[in-house]
Design a protein. Structure first.
Length: 452
């Protein structure tokens, strides 16, 4: 066993030295250097080194660098002459096509697609090449990707491409995506509809486009509807347009544990203009002793009401927490996710809801949302061992054992006596080593050995 380990180590040292030169040549576009190296080794072995060696901080291989920097001739040489794997992934699960789209290298994207690159691949955050094209507002790229089979409603941590475009206030992207039949009422794990995204981004133009595209003005997500979001904005155009489109200020969705209506959200946001618009169209709420605009504003900000609301909120969260635990116990993880999401909306500063939701996403194999929640936990509470543990568990779903081991290692530093964390760390480390050995098959090691 020791002999094999030494052979592997020496082989990897050799490959790393050659690989570092190859990586630099790919990043700088030095085609002559790549051809020179290729002449010194067997064709198959040159391809293997290109496919295996990467810069350790990002996991980028030579094709990633060449595609991202826009070195067309280098990409062509690597694919057509060296036969490198066209869909190789970085540590963040980005393919060369995705990086080229992110860098707006349209000619590289066209070429990679023509050579069979997969356009529907997604990163560890769920981003596809289409998401990156939307991020840049590049309509030419969007059109190219859609014609090549990109999923127009692919889900990411920032929503579908349409949700993402609306949340960025990208009018032209929203217009383009709607024209190409993107789902106007898409709801993902973290985002309300594109309409809600447009309101939150304060893009009246995007909201208008979505309403004209038949978006539902009454859509709810975890207790909040479009009017509730618009009620918090000082610009009353949003409320007026939504009501004109058919939004109902008194509509309550019984499937959600909603306890505040849009007029109350307006009052709590110190938006008297919004209260005045919503009041005539809102059915009387019995708990208000003075049912008037001034009465609602006064009641919502009274000390007695604040105490009552805090008490109610605390009781509400206890109920939702119990429902979530019960759902987890019965392995109804989708229901538990819904409960924990509602709790996170009402109590956004308490990250335990995100930690619990990350666990549920992981249990049903949904790596993207599980990782997103876990990373939010780490960001808010970097000294909480469970946050890092959740992150490690999420990375396992991507079979990214290196990142999983890093996360479990951080958790172990913070709680060195936790046996569950230590076991997870050891397992991740073993799987990482095993994966590396498998990725560098014995014939590759034997080939390198002849040069030692």
């Amino acid at each position: 066993m020791t002999g094999v380990s030494l052979t592997f180590s020496n082989a990897m040292n050799f490959a790393s030295e050659t690989g570092s030169v190859i990586l630099e040549a790919g990043a700088t576009g030095d085609l002559a250097k790549l051809k020179e190296i290729k002449k010194k080794v067997d064709d198959v072995d040159f391809r293997r080194i290109c496919d295996v060696i990467n810069d350790l901080c990002t996991g980028r291989r030579v094709l990633h660098h060449a595609a991202e920097m826009g070195h067309f001739q280098v990409c062509k040489f690597l694919i057509e002459n060296a036969g490198v794997y066209i869909d190789v992934l970085t540590d963040k699960e980005d393919s060369p096509l995705m990086l080229a789209a992110k860098a707006e290298k349209v000619n590289i994207v066209k070429y990679l697609i023509s050579k069979g690159a997969e356009v529907q691949m997604s990163s560890d955050k769920g981003f596809t090449a289409l998401h990156y094209a939307v991020q840049k507002g590049n309509l030419e790229l969007m059109e190219l990707l859609l014609k090549s089979g990109a999923d127009i409603d692919a889900e990411s941590v920032d929503g579908t491409p349409l949700q993402y475009a609306a949340s960025c206030g990208s009018v032209e992207a929203v217009k383009f995506l709607l024209k190409n039949n993107a789902e106007p009422d898409a709801i993902t794990s973290f985002f309300g509809s594109p309409l809600i995204s447009a309101i939150k981004s304060r893009s009246f133009e995007c909201m208008e486009l979505l309403l004209k595209g038949k978006a539902d003005p009454n859509q709810y997500l975890y207790g909040l509807n479009t009017l509730s979001h618009a009620a918090k904005e000082g610009d009353t155009r949003y409320l007026n347009r939504l009501i004109e489109a058919g939004a109902d200020p008194s509509l309550v969705n019984s499937s959600n544990h909603c306890f505040l209506q849009p007029v109350e959200h307006a009052a709590l946001a110190h938006n008297p203009g919004g209260v005045e618009i919503l009041f005539p169209k809102t059915k009387r709420i019995p708990r208000y002793p003075n049912w008037s605009v001034d009465g609602i504003l006064a009641y919502c900000h009274s000390e007695e009401t604040n105490t009552e609301r805090e008490k109610y909120t605390k009781g509400y969260l206890e109920v939702v927490d119990d429902l979530g635990k019960s759902a987890v116990k019965s392995k109804d993880y989708l229901a538990a996710i819904a409960f924990y999401t509602e709790a996170a909306v009402v109590d956004p500063l308490n990250i335990k809801w995100l930690a619990n939701r990350s666990l549920c996403f992981a249990r049903i194999g949904r790596g993207v949302p599980a990782l997103r929640d876990a990373e939010e936990c780490v960001r808010h509470s970097p000294k909480w061992p469970k946050a890092h543990y959740r992150e490690g568990s999420a990375w396992l779903l991507f079979e990214n054992y290196y990142m999983a081991a890093r996360a479990f290692g951080e958790a172990s530093k913070l709680d060195p006596n936790d046996k569950e964390i230590l076991k997870a760390l050891k397992d991740a480390q073993c799987k990482y080593i095993s994966k590396v050995v498998v990725y560098c098959p014995m014939e590759t090691i034997d080939f390198i050995n002849q040069y030692l």
